[in-house]
Each structure stands twice: as structure tokens, then as C-alpha cells.
Design a protein around this ligand. Structure first.
Ligand SMILES: Nc1ncnc2c1ncn2[C@@H]1O[C@H](COP(=O)(O)OP(=O)(O)O)[C@@H](O)[C@H]1O
Ligand SMILES: [Mg+2]
Length: 228
């Protein structure tokens, strides 16, 4: 029931119908996410159309360009400014265009890749690719969240990440990345030198780097919770 604010409560049939339609759409979208997304996006409700755009103009411009070009976007910025939120909104955009989207956190990818190696396994016979790579690259659009390794990355992990980027590039898929590190910091996590440089230039080839700033939205959210 709606409170009309004038003491009269009720809902006209048109509103009720619209609400029903919206609910169906939401359910359908939730289903689409389940069906088309590998991974577990944290903000499935995020939409570019409802995004608070203040301070995000530069990233939105890059996103718009990515829709007509072939390169995705690499969003670089500190924690809590809304990178993952925007990433999910991008995922929803591509879902609405009928594309299949994969969401993966970098750390999840790395631990799965590591486990694939520990298991040794059938995939390593012949030239099959490890399941962690396949799972991550299933979509037409790949969302890779929080590529922010702490400290020096193990050689195995660097090799896994480069394999992932090579595969995305080879298959002509679109990649969107978020992370706290810029190119120099990231290259140094991957050991600097040739390997670090190679990984960062692959990233640049696949997605346009965009640095942006903003307030830490997590504190905003916490304050709202405390007021309740
Ligand atoms: N444009 C936005 N509109 C509303 N809430 C947002 C927006 N961007 C981020 N948030 C909220 O701010 C918090 C941090 O966002 P998140 O995307 O996780 O940041 P990051 O990935 O940069 O660390 C979350 O609670 C998220 O829901
Ligand atoms: Mg994030």
C-alpha cells in the first residue's frame, strides 16, 4: 500500500501494474545475472543510468568510448570510490545488449589458478587450459575486479594472470578492470622488468586506463547505516 501523504492510502491499478512489471523485470534480471554471469557480482542492481556521476565524468566518458570501440576500461583509484559499483553497472549494460558477462575478483582467479596447479590434473595434459582460466573467460565481456596485488606476486601467479590476458586478447573479448594500483605500481608487483612491463602493456592494449578520485563512499554508507 502506498501512503499518498495526504491521509489517503491506496494504490491505483496502473501503479500496481507497473510495480508488478518492475518486479518481473527485476526477477528476470536476477535470473539473467545467474545465468550469464560466472562469478558473484557484489552490486547486481548497479546501473549506469542511476549512477551518481559527480566526479566520475572522466570514467564515464571512457566507458562510453568503450561501447563503440573494442577496448574496455581500466579503472584506477583508491578504495571506496565506487569502482566495483561502476564495474557492475557496465556488466548490466552489456547484459542488456545480449552479451554474456563474466565477473571475477582477481584474488579469486589467482587462488583458483593456484589450486588448479596444486591439483596438477588432467587439464595440464595436452594443451588444455586450466579450468580457472576457462571459467573467467566464458563471457563476451570480462569484468575483473580489484587487480590490486599486495607485495610481490609469485611467478606462478604472474604467469597465470598473463595467460588470462593473452587468452582474452586472443579471443577478442572486451575486458574491464578495476584496481588501486597504477601501471607503474602494478608492473612492480609483477616483478618489474620484462614480465611486469609485458603484463601492463597487455592491460593497456585491452583496456584504456582511467585514473579517478572521489570520496570514500563506504564511510558514507556506514554513516547512513548508523542513522537508521
Ligand atoms: N555511484 C554510486 N551510487 C551509489 N552508491 C555507490 C556508488 N558508487 C559506490 N557506491 C557505494 O559505495 C561503496 C563503495 O563502492 P565500491 O564500488 O565497492 O568501491 P571500490 O570498488 O572503489 O572500493 C559501496 O557501498 C557502494 O554501494
Ligand atoms: Mg572494489
Amino acid at each position: 500500500m502506498l501512503d499518498m501523504g495526504n491521509g489517503i492510502s491506496g494504490e491505483c491499478s496502473e501503479c500496481e501494474e507497473r510495480r508488478e512489471t518492475e518486479k518481473k523485470l527485476r526477477d528476470r534480471e536476477a535470473l539473467v545475472w545467474r545465468e550469464w554471469m560466472s562469478g558473484n557480482p557484489p552490486y547486481p542492481e548497479a546501473r549506469l543510468s542511476t549512477l551518481d556521476t559527480k566526479g566520475r565524468e572522466v570514467v564515464l566518458e571512457a566507458i562510453r568510448e568503450s561501447f563503440i570501440g573494442t577496448r574496455g576500461v581500466w579503472m584506477i583509484g583508491s578504495s571506496g570510490i565506487g569502482k566495483t559499483h561502476i564495474l557492475c553497472a557496465i556488466g548490466n549494460y552489456w547484459l542488456s545488449k545480449g552479451k554474456m558477462v563474466s565477473f571475477r575478483e582477481y584474488s579469486t582467479f589467482i587462488s583458483c589458478y593456484h589450486r588448479d596447479w596444486q591439483l596438477g590434473a588432467k587439464w595440464s595434459e595436452g594443451d588444455n587450459d586450466p579450468p580457472s582460466l576457462l571459467r573467467c573467460t566464458r563471457g563476451d565481456v570480462i569484468l575483473l575486479d580489484d587487480v590490486t596485488p599486495t607485495g610481490r606476486v609469485m611467478d606462478l601467479h604472474a604467469a597465470g594472470f598473463r595467460k588470462l590476458l593473452d587468452m582474452i586478447s586472443r579471443e577478442g573479448k572486451r575486458l574491464y578492470v578495476t584496481g588501486n594500483h597504477d601501471d607503474i605500481q602494478l608492473a612492480s608487483c609483477f616483478g618489474g622488468g620484462e614480465e611486469g612491463g609485458r603484463i601492463v602493456s597487455r592491460m593497456n592494449g585491452l583496456c584504456a586506463p582511467v585514473r579517478f578520485r572521489g570520496p570514500d563512499r563506504r564511510t558514507e554508507w556506514l554513516q547512513k547505516e548508523q542513522v537508521k
